[in-house]
Design a protein around this ligand. Sequence first.
Ligand code: RB5
Length: 143
Amino acid sequence: MKIAMAADHGGYELKNAIKAHLEERGYEITDLGVNGPESVDYPIYGEICARYVVSGAADLGVVCCGSGIGISIAANKVQGARCALVNSEYAAEMCKRHNNANMVSFGGRVTAPEDAIRYVDIWLDTEFEGGRHQKRVDLLNSL
Ligand code: RB5
């Protein structure tokens, strides 16, 4: 399973904490940057990661910015990206079970690394339910 990751300056430390955990779990990670505190524009990194996932170069994507909001908005502008801003165990589970989220977003200034790691594990370990939710995911993909 290949996972692409990207972040801005507000999220790169959280990205790197999640990355270390996912590598320990055996996932193949592509780090699309950034890796330093210099100010950058989160729409660029949300788009890069979403295009990487939608192209099939990675199976899933994880993006981080300061709040998790801007970079998720950017990712969701790419057709086929379903990026969920996750800040609870419930959101982590439901974004996979019902929305089949192929990306998740976290805020480095709002979510502690141990919480984000717990949420990302729940997302990865939850199965998409399909059934009536498939039609809704198809509708999302058509937008
Ligand atoms: C950068 O200061 C900040 O605006 C960004 O990381 C993110 O929180 C935007 O949604």
